[in-house]
Write a protein that binds this ligand. Structure first.
Ligand SMILES: Cc1cc2nc3c(=O)[nH]c(=O)nc-3n(C[C@H](O)[C@H](O)[C@H](O)COP(=O)(O)OP(=O)(O)OC[C@H]3O[C@@H](n4cnc5c(N)ncnc54)[C@H](O)[C@@H]3O)c2cc1C
Length: 485
C-alpha cells in the first residue's frame, strides 16, 4: 500500500491530524490504530468517575463544537462517543487492529516504510509519517517488592477490570494523581478504600455542574453563543497559566484557594496536615475535585500518608510501617510519559527516535525532529499543558503539520541547529518555573537530563504564535537532485 501520509493513532491527535490533512487538500492518507475503535485515552480509561478536567466545551475540536455535553466536565464515555461521531462525520475511517510495528526511512526512495501488524498485516510506503500515538498510554507499574505475590485482583487504573465487582471489598489504591482523585470518591461509595499517598496534590474546587436540556437546546440553536462560551473558557484557561508557571502573586492566590478548599472540606487538623503539599503550587499537576477530600474526611476512604513499600500476599505494607489487609489493589500510578514506546519503532536517517531522544525528547516546534525526514510528532515533546486543554495544542500542531506538508517542494529535513535553538528556548522559558524549581518530582521532567520535555512552558497563544512564526527556515534547503536542473 502506498499513501502520501500515514498517521498512527486514532485519539484526538490522529483524528485532528486527519481532519487537517483534508482541509489542506491531502486526500491520500491512512490512519492506523492498534485498537478496534477510536478514542485513545478515552477508550482505555474507563475507571469509575473518569472525566475530563478542563471544561468540555474547550476539550473538543473548534470545528466540531458539541452542544450536547452533559455538563461542565464531560464523562469519559461521552468524550469517546464524541470522537467517534467526529471521525464518522468527517468520513475518517481508521484502519483498526493495525499496530505500527516498525517504521524506517528509506534513503533511496525517500519514503517511510511501515510494518503494520494485526490480523491483516501490511507494509505501507508513505512520504510522510505522523506519530499521534499519545503520551499517557503505557501504565507505570511501580517496582514494589512482593507485588507479584498479591493474592487478589490487581490492576492499573487505565486497565480497569469491569469483571471484578469491588462492592463491599477492602480495596487498596496507590497514588494520588489525576486518576486517583476521580476514582477514589466513586469507589468509596461501595468499597472500603485505603489510599496510599506518597505525596499529596494541590487540589482546587471543581465546581462541576450539569447543563440542562434548555442549555443544550440553546447551544444547538445558537452556535454563536457556543463559540462565545468556548472563547471565554479559552481566556479563563489561559489565565490559569500564571499560577501554574511560577508567577508568585498568582501562585499565592491559587494556594490560598487550595488551602481554603482543604480547610472547608477537612475538619481534622492532622488529616489536613497530611493532605497539604510541601512543594510549590503547579510543580505537580494541579487537581480539581470537590469530592476527594470529603471521601477522606468522612472516613469512607482511609488515608495512609505514605507510599506502598511492599506487599506480602493480601497485606500491604506502607513506608510508615503500617500494615493494611486488602482484598483488591488498584494502581493509580500514572504513565511512562517521558519514554514513549513508539520511539523504539521509528528509525530515521541514522538512528531510532529512542536513540535520538536518549537524553529526553527534543524537537523543533514540539513537532519535527532532526534526522527524521518528513516525520511529525503530535502531542509529543513539550506539547502538553498543565493549565488548559490538550486539544488546543493538538489543533495547532495539526495545522502546522498540514501547512508544512502542503507547502513542501521536497523532503522536509529539520536543521539540527533549529532543533538545538528550540531546545534552548524551552530551557530558558522553563528555568524558573515550579516544574523545575518547585521541590517536587513530576512526570513533566525527564529523569535522564533533568530537562522539561513534556510540557510546553507557555500559554496556548504563545505556542500558536511560535508555530505561526516558523517560516520554513527550520528545514534544511532541499538539495537539487542530480539529473534535474
Ligand atoms: C485519565 C486521563 C484523563 C485526562 N484528562 C485530560 C483533560 O481533562 N484535559 C486534557 O487536556 N488532557 C487530558 N488527558 C490527556 C489526554 O491524553 C489528551 O488530552 C488526549 O486525549 C491525547 O490524545 P492523543 O490522540 O494524543 O493520545 P491518545 O488518546 O493516547 O491516543 C493515541 C492512540 O494511538 C494509538 N497507538 C499508540 N501506539 C500505536 C501503535 N504503535 N500503532 C497503532 N496505534 C497506536 C493508541 O491505541 C491510541 O488510540 C487525560 C489523560 C488521561 C490518561
Amino acid at each position: 500500500m502506498r499513501v502520501e501520509v500515514a498517521v498512527v493513532g486514532a485519539g484526538f491527535a490522529g483524528i485532528g491530524m486527519a481532519m487537517a490533512l483534508r482541509r489542506a487538500g491531502i486526500e491520500s492518507s491512512v490512519v492506523l490504530e492498534r485498537a478496534a475503535s477510536v478514542g485513545g485515552t478515552w477508550r482505555e480509561n474507563t475507571y469509575p468517575g473518569v472525566a475530563c478536567d478542563v471544561p468540555s466545551h474547550l476539550y473538543c475540536f473548534a470545528e466540531h463544537p458539541n452542544p450536547d455535553w452533559s455538563g461542565l466536565y464531560a464523562r469519559g464515555d461521552e468524550i469517546r462517543g464524541y470522537l467517534a461521531r467526529v471521525a464518522a462525520s468527517e468520513g475518517i475511517v481508521p484502519r483498526f487492529e493495525s499496530p505500527l510495528l516498525g517504521a524506517e526511512w528509506d534513503a533511496d526512495t525517500e519514503r517511510w516504510t511501515l510494518r503494520v501488524g494485526g490480523p491483516d498485516p501490511v507494509e505501507i510506503e508513505a512520504s510522510a509519517l505522523v506519530l499521534a500515538c499519545g503520551r499517557l498510554t503505557e501504565p507505570t507499574i511501580p517496582p514494589i517488592p512482593g507485588l507479584e505475590s498479591f493474592s487478589g485482583p490487581l490492576f492499573h487504573s487505565s486497565r480497569w477490570d469491569h469483571e471484578t465487582a469491588l462492592d463491599g471489598l477492602r480495596v487498596g489504591v496507590v497514588g494520588t494523581g489525576a486518576s486517583a482523585v476521580q476514582l477514589v470518591p466513586e469507589l468509596a461509595r461501595t468499597a472500603r478504600v485505603t489510599l496510599f499517598q506518597r505525596s499529596p496534590a494541590w487540589i482546587v474546587p471543581r465546581g462541576a455542574f450539569a447543563y440542562t436540556d434548555a442549555d443544550r437546546a440553546r447551544f444547538a440553536a445558537h452556535p454563536d453563543e457556543l463559540a462565545q462560551l468556548r472563547a471565554a473558557l479559552d481566556v479563563e484557561g489561559e489565565a490559569r497559566y500564571a499560577s501554574r508557571s511560577g508567577d508568585p502573586d498568582a501562585a499565592a492566590s491559587a494556594v490560598a484557594i487550595a488551602r481554603a478548599h482543604l480547610e472547608a472540606q477537612v475538619a481534622d487538623p492532622a488529616l489536613r496536615r497530611e493532605l497539604t503539599p510541601d512543594y510549590d503550587f503547579g510543580c505537580k499537576r494541579v487537581l480539581l475535585s470537590d469530592e476527594f477530600y470529603p471521601a477522606l474526611s468522612s472516613g469512607r476512604a482511609r488515608l495512609e500518608a505514605s507510599a506502598l513499600a511492599s506487599v506480602e500476599g493480601s497485606t500491604l505494607i506502607a513506608a510508615s510501617g503500617a500494615r493494611h489487609e486488602v482484598d483488591a489493589l488498584v494502581l493509580a500510578t500514572g504513565f511512562a510519559s517521558t519514554r514513549q514506546p513508539y520511539a523504539d519503532l521509528v528509525r530515521g536517517e541514522t538512528e531510532t527516535l529512542a536513540e535520538h531522544w536518549s537524553q529526553g525528547m527534543t524537537s523543533f516546534g514540539s513537532t519535527v525532529v532532526s534526522g527524521f525526514p518528513n516525520l511529525f510528532v503530535i502531542n509529543g515533546p513539550n506539547a502538553s499543558l498543565g493549565h488548559s486543554s490538550s486539544v488546543l495544542m493538538i489543533e495547532e500542531q495539526a495545522r502546522y503539520t498540514a501547512r508544512a506538508l502542503a507547502a513542501r517542494t521536497g523532503v522536509l529535513r529539520v536543521d539540527p541547529a533549529a532543533e538545538a535553538a528550540y531546545g534552548r528556548e524551552i530551557d530558558r522559558a522553563a528555568a524558573s518555573t515550579p516544574w523545575l524549581t518547585g521541590g517536587c518530582r513530576n512526570w513533566y521532567v525527564d529523569e535522564r537530563s533533568g530537562r522539561l520535555t513534556l510540557l510546553w512552558p507557555g500559554t496556548v497563544a504563545a505556542f500558536r504564535e511560535r508555530l505561526d512564526t516558523a517560516d520554513g527556515s527550520e528545514f534544511l534547503p532541499t538539495p537539487v537532485k542530480r539529473g534535474t536542473s
